[in-house]
Design a protein around this ligand. Structure first.
Ligand code: NG6
Ligand code: CA
Length: 509
């Protein structure tokens, strides 16, 4: 096994820093079923070490830190996969991404969530919640080929969101337009939108042909359609008045979120606020430029932290904060160079996006899925840190338990109720916890089994300098004294390998 070198060094310092916080349990007062408002604040590609309380250097995150210091800060909570689409799929369906072959989707992909099955938002609707999603979607839209010039169905509404305001896929993919309640904002019948992920169409200039129009250099994959001086993946024509300006994202998304809160303050609401930050292209607003020492990536973290502060401040001003459960987390681990020359590598300094862990976005190693995770609910949660083993696939069943809903048979097949652990009231989390990233891994306590993957690390990951953790061999690590997954002990512990391999196969079936 190769030595883990990326973002290496002061792992142990960071871990000991984490343990400075006391690990207190909330008093065992009963969870009152008052149907609190629920707000999931979901960052994109934010690493464990990218927030102040987890040791960030070079950028300050006072608003997120405040949630952590007055809430529960988790040190072993995971998204379900090391990329966006499968993590978000699991979050909303309580089902592992691999069951649906969920992988990073192109911007014109059909909706991958089955409207005939229960989802997190539809379950909350049944409990009387008004539900809304604001921000990055990346779960596909429509059923066949999307027509961006008419109402797009099925979409968020068909899977349980009363309101939606979306970046349809990612910031680095066409179409570069917002979709509100399933219609492109600013669509103009006289200037219809066409999108292609196949052959080039006669549309906006591309980075390949017109590099002089670019404000940031990109790799070949990101060198198609230029919008706002940034080249993206995919080709697009039309919709000139609908095109977004990346630098406006923080204000537009925050305003949509606070408006949704205003409109629904009188009854329980669920808001899934999914930032574009800190995904590429990182084009922070000028208000945030220079607010970190790390260039665009750090400034995007500061920008995202500001948005968090605005949403929390808004809840406080409306007198809703006490009875609002806020969950803050991210969809996959961090990556520095993800296609644009934004100097994230060069300006990193001694900041460690992954915290003490090995791997990154795309990787099966811990940094791929171990997420900054904070649960904040002043009324019910007693501040502290928790090292309980948890996964976001469980938010469905855990929140169902909170609002008194039964998970219908066949719905959320992989979701377990760990509400007490999420609220910092129990040390008991997952017995087995699955991680996805081009292969599967299974955690049990400190043990981690990684399923062999034919071919090992593909070239594209090597080019991104991502330590994939993929190997043709069986891997077993004991994170207790090998947090960086450097010492494969599979040969020494055949019985553990057998147990975890069998358990994993039974979960797959
Ligand atoms: C990759 C993109 C990357 C990012 C990712 C999805 C390359 C060269 N390009 O295909 O930039 O868009 O997909 O990221 O790897 S995610 O956070 O939505 O999963
Ligand atoms: Ca992501």
């Amino acid at each position: 096994m190769e030595k883990r070198t990326i973002f290496a060094a002061s792992g142990s310092i960071m871990l000991s820093m984490l343990s400075v916080f006391s690990c207190t349990n909330a008093e065992k007062k009963p969870i009152v079923k008052t149907n609190p408002n629920i707000v999931i604040i979901y960052a994109d590609d934010l690493g464990f070490g990218d927030i102040g309380v987890n040791g960030a250097k070079g950028v300050k995150t006072p608003n997120i830190d405040r949630l952590a210091l007055h809430g529960v800060n988790f040190t072993d909570a995971h998204c379900s996969a090391a990329t966006c689409t499968p993590s978000r799929f699991s979050l909303l369906t309580g089902s592992y991404g691999f069951r649906n072959k969920a992988a990073v989707l192109p911007g014109d992909a059909p909706l991958i969530i089955d409207p005939n099955k229960g989802t997190l938002p539809s379950m909350l609707q049944k409990a009387g919640y008004t539900t809304g999603v604001v921000g990055k979607w990346h779960l596909g839209l429509g059923s066949g080929t999307v027509n961006w010039n008419e109402e797009i169905k099925p979409g968020p509404r068909e899977i349980g969101f009363d309101y939606s305001f979306l970046i349809p896929a990612t910031g680095d993919r066409v179409p570069c337009v917002f979709v509100e309640n399933q219609k492109v904002v600013g669509a103009d019948p006289a200037d219809p939108i066409t999108v292609s992920y196949g052959s080039e169409i006669d549309g906006y200039p591309t980075g390949t042909k017109r590099p002089e129009l670019l404000v940031v250099k990109a790799d070949p994959q990101h060198s198609n359609t230029i919008v706002n001086g940034v080249s993206r993946i995919g080709f697009m024509s039309g919709g000139k008045n609908a095109l977004w300006t990346d630098e406006d994202f923080p204000f537009i998304l925050t305003n949509k979120a606070t408006s949704f809160i205003d409109e629904n303050k009188a009854h329980p609401f669920f808001l899934y606020m999914a930032f574009h930050d800190i995904h590429v292209p990182r084009r922070p607003n000028e208000k945030f430029i220079g607010s970190s020492t790390m260039g665009a990536r750090g400034d995007a973290i500061a920008q995202m932290d500001w948005c968090v502060g605005e949403v929390v401040k808004h809840l406080e001003e409306l007198g809703l904060a006490q009875n609002t459960l806020i969950i803050f987390s991210s969809d996959n681990g961090p990556v520095l160079d993800d296609g644009y020359d934004d100097k994230a590598v060069e300006l990193l300094g001694d900041h460690q996006p992954t915290g003490p862990f090995s791997g990154a976005k795309y990787s099966i190693l811990e940094a791929g899925t171990r997420m900054p995770t904070i649960v904040y609910w002043p009324e019910m949660v007693k501040p502290g840190t928790s090292s309980v083993l948890l996964t976001q696939v469980d938010w469905y069943a855990s929140l169902a338990s909170l609002v008194g809903q039964r998970v219908a048979p066949g719905d959320a097949p992989d979701s377990e109720n760990h509400l007490d652990a999420w609220l910092g009231r129990s040390e008991k989390g997952r017995e087995y916890m699955l991680e996805e990233a081009y292969t599967l891994a299974l955690r049990k306590g400190d043990w981690k089994f990684i399923k062999p993957q034919t071919g090992g690390t593909p070239d594209w990951m090597k080019n991104k300098k991502v330590d994939s953790g993929l190997s043709n061999e069986i891997q077993l690590y004991n994170l207790k004294d090998d947090i960086r997954e450097e010492k494969n002990v599979a040969a020494e512990h055949p019985e553990i390998v057998k147990e975890l391999a069998q358990k994993l196969e039974s979960i797959i079936k």
